[in-house]
Write a protein that binds this ligand. Structure first.
Ligand code: CTP
Ligand code: CA
Length: 230
């Protein structure tokens, strides 16, 4: 088994990882959010650093201790996350999107706190957020680079079929598909996953600590890294 601090197989490589969950403002004090803890993204950041990588972690609303030796960029909303990833992507050998991105945001965010009026509440009108992962794939197309792009997906049923369709739709190189439901994945230490490759590969990763899953993901990224021109 490869990985960990014993083999610095990511030395000289730059990786950018998104973590956490975006928040979409309704008014100055309220938002639409999700339960993503950021743990999987932080585990990827720590393991990449242990393997020698130069790591940038783009964290959306994560309340975990700052990992040592990692550049941390904090964001709130999906649009902010999109801008941060676009700003950081250049020159990176790998981009990993573990963040739970809100699919929709309120069309407008009220400037002042919304008050009860006695009447029925106004519905919150939503608009779709940009697909950040697909955008990163699109940006890469304009360049000649061996950059590897990894997505994460949580699926409740037809995990492989849904995962394959999603991988094709996003155009990324690897999609780590987590089986969720029944208390799995969110906010827990263990994570079972299947990694689907755009090249047709399927790698099962058994239930275990998020650090182990992270190391297996880096193994698959390392396999895909182009040799260094030295
Ligand atoms: N993702 C993204 N931008 C979005 C939505 C998702 O970059 N607006 C990324 C996530 O970070 C993740 C991957 O896409 O790496 C898959 O997210 P998922 O929510 O499973 O995919 P969706 O395309 O939003 O599909 P679904 O309708 O199943 O939610
Ligand atoms: Ca989604």
């Amino acid at each position: 088994r490869r990985g960990a601090a014993t083999e610095p197989d990511l030395a000289g490589r730059r990786v950018v990882i998104s973590a956490g969950g975006t928040r979409e403002a309704i008014d100055p004090v309220r938002f639409l959010g999700n339960h993503s803890s950021g743990r999987q993204g932080y585990a990827l950041a720590r393991t990449a650093a242990a393997r020698g990588a130069d790591v940038t972690l783009v964290a959306a609303n994560v309340s975990l201790p700052d990992p040592a030796g990692i550049r941390l960029v904090r964001v709130g909303s999906a649009v902010e996350l999109a801008e941060a990833m676009e700003a950081e992507r250049g020159g990176a050998d790998a981009l990993v999107m573990t963040a739970a991105v809100a699919d929709f945001r309120p069309v407008t965010s009220a400037a002042s706190k919304i008050k009860k009026s006695g009447a029925a509440p106004a519905p919150i009108e939503l608009v779709e957020n940009p697909d950040i992962l697909a955008g990163l794939v699109e940006s890469r197309k304009k360049e000649r680079t061996g950059q590897t792009i990894v997505g994460f997906a949580a699926e409740t049923d037809d995990v492989i079929d849904n995962g394959r369709a999603k991988l094709a739709r996003k155009g990324c190189d690897l999609l780590v598909v987590n089986e969720v439901g029944g208390g799995k994945a969110f906010g827990t230490d263990d994570n079972k996953a299947t990694v689907l490759g755009a090249d047709g590969t399927v790698v099962d990763i058994p239930t275990g600590p998020k650090e182990d899953l992270a190391d297996r993901v880096w193994d698959l990224v390392v396999e895909r890294l182009p040799d260094r021109a030295s």
